[in-house]
Design a protein around this ligand. Structure first.
Ligand SMILES: Cc1cc2nc3c(=O)[nH]c(=O)nc-3n(C[C@H](O)[C@H](O)[C@H](O)COP(=O)(O)OP(=O)(O)OC[C@H]3O[C@@H](n4cnc5c(N)ncnc54)[C@H](O)[C@@H]3O)c2cc1C
Length: 298
C-alpha cells in the first residue's frame, strides 16, 4: 500500500449523470477508472491516502428513488442508497420497527459525519468492520442493484467476497436496500468495541437478533453476526444452530458465545491483537445474547 506522507486528493473528474441508465453505462465503459460514490466518507479517504486514484468519480446520489425512505406495514422498509444515517436514525418508522438499524447507525463515526455516511456506502465499501452491516444481515437485507442489463435484487447474505470486494460488476449501482418486516416481538443488540467512543472503527462488533420461533426445537431463533474478526462480516452459524437446537439457558448462551469465538478468524492490527479479538468475541457475544434473551422473556 502506498501511503502519502503529505495527503492530498489526487485530481479527478466529477461526473453527475441524469439517470441510472446513463450512470451504469458510464461506469461500465470506464470500469477501470471510474467509481460511484454516495457520502464519499470512505472513498475520499482512500483517495487521499493514495490507495485509490479513480479518474472519474460518479455521483449516484439524487438518481431515481435513491433518496427515498419508505415503510410499508405489509412489505417492510426500503432505504434508498443515498439516505444518510442521520435520516435513518431520525425516522419514526425505523425507530419503531427496526431499532437495531438505529443502534447500528448511531455507532458509526459522529453526528457530523453521519450527515454524509450511508448504509449502502458502508455495505459497498465491504470492510469487515462496517458497523451497519451486521444489522442489515440479521434483518435479511436485500439489495436493489441497477446494472447495464437493468434492475435486479441480490441477497446481502451472499454479497461479500473478500475485504473491499463484493459481487458488484462493472456498471452496477446499488440503488437501495429493503428489509422484510422483522419477526414479531424480536429483540436486537449491537455491541461495538472501539478504541474510543467516537469516530473509530470497531476492534470487534457483535450483532444479535433474537425472536420467538415455535418451529425450532428451542422455540427461539438467534441471529449472530460478527464484525472485524474475519475477512468478511461473519455469520456465526454454529452458534446460531446451537441455540436453535438446545433449550436456551445461561449455559447454552455461554456455549454459543464460545462457538462464535471459535468461528472467528481475526488478524493482528493497530486496533488489537487476534487473541484479544477472539476473547472479546466470546465476552461480547455472551453479553449481547444474555441481554437479548432477558428482554425476550419479558
Ligand atoms: C472519521 C471517520 C470515521 C468513521 N467511522 C466509522 C465507524 O465508526 N464505523 C464504520 O462502519 N465506518 C466508519 N467510517 C467509514 C465510513 O464513514 C462508512 O463506511 C460509511 O458508511 C460509508 O458511506 P458513504 O456513503 O460515505 O460511502 P462512499 O465513500 O460514498 O462509498 C464507499 C464505497 O462504496 C462504493 N459505493 C458507494 N455507493 C455505492 C452505490 N450506490 N453502488 C455501488 N457502489 C457504491 C464506493 O465506490 C466506495 O467504494 C468512518 C469514516 C471516517 C472518515
Amino acid at each position: 500500500m502506498i501511503t502519502h506522507t503529505h495527503p492530498t486528493l489526487p485530481e479527478f473528474d466529477y461526473i453527475r449523470p441524469e439517470t441510472l441508465v446513463e450512470a451504469s453505462e458510464f461506469l461500465a465503459q470506464h470500469s477501470n477508472e471510474a467509481c460511484p460514490f454516495m457520502g464519499g466518507t470512505d472513498i475520499f479517504n482512500r483517495m487521499r491516502d493514495g490507495i485509490l486514484a479513480p479518474k472519474f468519480l460518479v455521483d449516484v446520489k439524487n438518481l431515481d428513488g435513491t433518496n427515498n425512505l419508505v415503510f410499508n406495514p405489509d412489505a417492510g422498509l426500503t432505504l434508498g442508497a443515498a439516505v444518510n444515517m442521520n435520516r435513518v436514525i431520525a425516522s419514526p418508522e425505523v425507530r419503531i420497527h427496526y431499532p437495531l438499524l438505529v443502534e447500528a447507525c448511531q455507532s458509526v463515526a459522529s453526528y457530523q459525519l453521519r450527515t454524509r455516511t450511508t448504509i449502502v456506502g458502508n455495505i459497498c465499501n465491504a470492510s469487515p468492520a462496517g458497523d451497519a452491516i451486521g444489522a442489515c444481515l440479521v434483518l435479511d437485507g436485500n439489495l436493489h442493484i441497477h446494472g447495464t442489463s437493468g434492475l435486479r435484487k441480490e441477497l446481502l447474505s451472499t454479497f461479500f467476497v473478500e475485504p473491499g470486494k463484493t459481487k458488484l460488476k462493472p456498471g452496477d449501482i446499488v440503488t437501495g436496500i429493503s428489509f422484510p418486516l422483522p419477526p414479531r416481538g424480536c429483540v436486537g443488540k449491537y455491541i461495538k468495541l472501539g478504541r474510543n467512543k467516537l469516530s473509530d472503527l470497531s476492534i470487534v462488533g457483535v450483532t444479535v437478533l433474537g425472536s420467538h420461533e415455535p418451529n425450532l426445537l428451542s422455540g427461539f431463533h438467534f441471529r449472530i453476526v460478527l464484525a472485524s474478526v474475519a475477512p468478511i462480516p461473519l455469520v456465526a452459524i454454529e452458534a446460531e444452530t446451537h441455540l436453535s437446537q438446545h433449550t436456551v439457558t445461561l449455559e447454552s448462551l455461554r456455549q454459543a458465545a464460545f462457538l462464535a469465538s471459535e468461528a472467528s478468524a481475526p488478524i493482528d492490527d493497530v486496533r488489537g491483537s487476534a487473541r484479544y479479538r477472539k476473547l472479546m468475541v466470546r465476552n461480547l457475544t455472551e453479553i449481547a445474547l444474555i441481554e437479548v434473551w432477558k428482554k425476550l422473556q419479558k
